[in-house]
Every structure is written in structure tokens, then in C-alpha cells.
Design a protein around this ligand. Structure first.
Ligand code: PLP
Length: 380
């Protein structure tokens, strides 16, 4: 039987005493992830050199992510972070013939900065603008033409949880023969992310947010390995066909996504992430998305009625797993909420309250009451 939100919540000790609403920044620690980290430490302490186990966990985490995004394991490279995933993609592309990179104002800087750095290699960066917390499909689509080499579109923005028009953008990119890069870090784990349906060429996501792993690990999906491009410019022994052949004079790039890898992966993060993703995989993805959407509706309505200005969309179809409360001093509000047992994530001009399957209406009430107390304190 599919676990209920209450069953799921029982795996996260912090949820017993706090309203944990910061999964957009770091997922709550599960009992399973904690056990996996303990196991890692124990094996290192007692066994001394558990390389075979480490390599096994590396493959298990790759396979788990591949299942989450409906890809094949050979299409997934293990990365230390999303930035490096973006860099590896850029390094294989040439911008002379098609210099355009189309992105948007709601892109996370990790990825956005890698695109900007391509200007020194002749790329031209264009932005679909943010308008009232949203990016409209037509603003993206009109920038994409035969000069465009790459279109970068996140399904959900880190800023306010708004959903971006990935389908429309991808359709346009296909019409003109541009490649598509998707940063799904703010969606994977709670919203459907299916690379075949998205029809993207590349996708990155890391383990530390809604996928409930630990920081230090990310993935780069590359459609079918895309081996016809330039070789990746960052490399290392894990990027070889046979890393354990230790051949310093041979530089071969396997015909699969591992060609984008560099050095030793973050094993502790892989251990925690296999455990975290195992919890996600036991859930019915449709129910997770529906639960999160219900909570987002409820919190949006509550906060709106309380007179709060929201930076996240009011329209449910444009809303992801987050409600963002506008604040003059977001860090101050975030610290006040923390003091009230509400873990939230301030960023930019808002405090982000993000939702996972482990959250419930009591968490929302606690957040709402704490925000009311903060406003009362500020004006009283
Ligand atoms: C959408 C998105 N992409 C990427 C990142 C992180 O990038 P990196 O793994 O390079 O630190 C974050 C948050 O930290 C994010 O929200």
C-alpha cells in the first residue's frame, strides 16, 4: 500500500517538533538517510577501504535517479553539483554557428552564470523576462530562432516556486533545431519529471532538496549520451571507459553519459541519497504532486486572507511546491520563524515556504501563526 503523508512523515524526526518548510533549500533528514550515513562511517571505521561498496552505491544512486526521471542509467552522469553539469554541457557545444543561449531571469545563478561565462567563447545570452513573478511562454518563444544553440528552462523557479513553460519552449526549440537544457532541481521529488515527455536534451538536478539526499551530489542527464559533440572539457578518471585501468596516456570518452564525469564522487552524499530516494520511490508520484498542490493552495489562500503579499503565483496552474511571502527583511522574518519552530528559507525579496509529502496542515497553521506574530511584533 502506498504510504500516506502521515506514514511518510514518521521517517523524518525533525517533523515531530518543527514545521519543516525548507525542502526547496535542503530536504529534511530521514531516519533512513541517517542510518545510511552511520553505515558509511562504520564501514570506513571498521573495514578501512570499502571501495567496491562505494562503487556499488555510486551505481545505485545513478540508477535511482534514472528511475525518478524515467531515463536509462547510461544517460545519467554523476556530478558534484548542478553548476558543473551545466559547465560540462556548455563545454561540448560550439557557439560559432548558433551563438544564441536563451535563458530567463528566474534561472538559478549556478546555471545562469555558466551560460554567461560562454560569452568569452562567442555565445550571446538572451533572457525571457520575469513579469510579476512569472515567465510567459511567448517571451521565451520569440527569442528562440535558427541562431539559438541552447535553450535553458527550469520547470520550477527557485525564487518563488512558479512553473515555467517548458513544453512550449521545448516545442519551439525543436522547430528550429536548438538543444534544450532543463534544471529540474526545484521539481524532482515532488513534481513529475519525465525526460521523454519533457523532450529535453539535458537535465540537471541535485539530491539535497526534494529528493531527500545529502548535499554534494547532482546528476546530469544527457539524451542518449549525445556523443557526437566536442568532448567534455572537464574530465578525470571517472570519465573513462575503464576508470580502474589507470592508463595515464589514454584519454577515451565512453559512449554514454559517464563521459561527462570527472573524479571521485561524493560517497557520503551518495549513501544518504540512495536512502532518501528509496523513500520517494515508495510513493505514488501522482499522490505526492496532489498533496503538495493541496497544501500550496491552502497556504496561499490562508496567507492571502491574512493580508500577506505573495511573490509566488496565485493561479494554481502556475504554482509549484512553494509559497513565497514577500518581506522587506526576509532574513529577519526567516530568523523569527526559526525561533517559532518554523524552518523556512529566505531568498531575495521573499521567505520561501516549501512543501513536501511529509508536510501537513498543522505545519501550515504554525507558519501562518508565526508570520502573524511577526507582523504584529513589527507594527505593535
Ligand atoms: C534550481 C536550482 N538549481 C541549482 C541549484 C544549486 O546549484 P549547485 O548544485 O550548482 O550548487 C539550486 C539551489 O541550490 C537550485 O534551486
Amino acid at each position: 500500500m502506498t504510504p500516506t503523508p502521515a506514514d511518510f512523515r514518521a521517517h523524518f524526526p525533525i517533523c515531530a517538533h518543527k514545521a519543516y518548510l525548507a525542502s526547496c533549500s535542503l530536504g529534511a533528514q530521514s531516519d533512513r538517510a541517517a542510518d545510511a550515513m552511520e553505515h558509511f562511517l562504520g564501514r570506513w571505521r571498521e573495514h578501512g577501504l570499502p571501495w567496491p561498496e562505494w562503487m556499488e552505491v555510486t551505481e545505485r544512486v545513478r540508477e535511482a535517479f534514472a528511475r525518478v526521471i524515467r531515463a536509462q542509467p547510461h544517460e545519467v552522469a554523476i556530478m558534484p553539483n548542478a553548476s558543473e553539469g551545466a559547465f560540462q554541457v556548455a563545454s561540448t557545444l560550439c557557439w560559432e554557428r548558433r551563438p544564441g543561449i536563451v535563458t530567463c531571469d528566474m534561472e538559478f545563478p549556478s546555471v545562469a552564470h555558466v551560460w554567461l561565462a560562454q560569452r568569452s567563447r562567442s555565445a550571446r545570452i538572451e533572457y525571457a523576462p520575469e513579469r510579476d513573478g512569472l515567465v510567459e511562454p511567448e517571451d521565451y518563444v520569440r527569442l528562440v530562432d535558427e541562431q539559438t544553440g541552447l535553450v535553458s528552462v527550469p520547470p520550477v523557479s527557485y525564487r518563488n516556486g512558479s512553473r515555467l513553460p517548458v513544453e512550449e519552449v521545448t516545442r519551439r526549440a525543436r522547430e528550429v533545431g536548438a538543444r534544450v537544457f532543463v534544471d529540474a532541481y526545484q521539481a524532482a521529488g515532488v513534481l513529475p519529471v519525465d525526460v521523454r515527455r519533457l523532450d529535453c536534451d539535458y537535465l540537471v538536478a541535485g539530491t539535497s532538496k526534494y529528493l531527500l539526499g545529502a548535499p554534494g551530489l547532482a546528476f546530469l542527464y544527457v539524451r542518449g549520451g549525445l556523443v557526437q559533440d566536442r568532448d567534455p572539457q572537464l574530465t578525470g578518471w571517472f570519465g573513462r571507459g575503464e576508470p580502474f585501468a589507470f592508463e595515464p596516456r589514454r584519454l577515451d570518452f565512453p559512449a554514454e553519459a559517464r563521459r561527462y564525469e570527472t573524479g571521485t564522487p561524493a560517497i557520503p552524499a551518495a549513501c544518504a541519497s540512495v536512502a532518501g530516494m528509496s523513500l520517494i520511490e515508495e510513493l505514488d508520484p501522482g499522490r505526492v504532486t496532489a498533496h503538495v498542490a493541496e497544501l500550496a493552495d491552502e497556504l496561499t489562500e490562508d496567507l492571502r486572507r491574512a493580508g500577506e503579499t505573495l511573490y509566488s503565483p496565485l493561479v494554481p496552474e502556475r504554482r509549484g511546491p512553494m509559497v513565497a511571502v514577500a518581506a522587506e527583511h526576509p532574513e529577519d522574518l526567516g530568523a523569527f520563524l526559526a525561533g517559532q519552530g518554523v524552518v523556512a528559507s529566505p531568498r531575495g525579496r521573499a521567505v520561501r515556504l516549501s512543501l513536501h509529502y511529509y508536510n501537513d496542515s498543522d505545519d501550515l497553521a504554525r507558519a501562518r501563526d508565526a508570520i502573524r506574530a511577526y507582523r504584529g511584533r513589527a507594527t505593535g
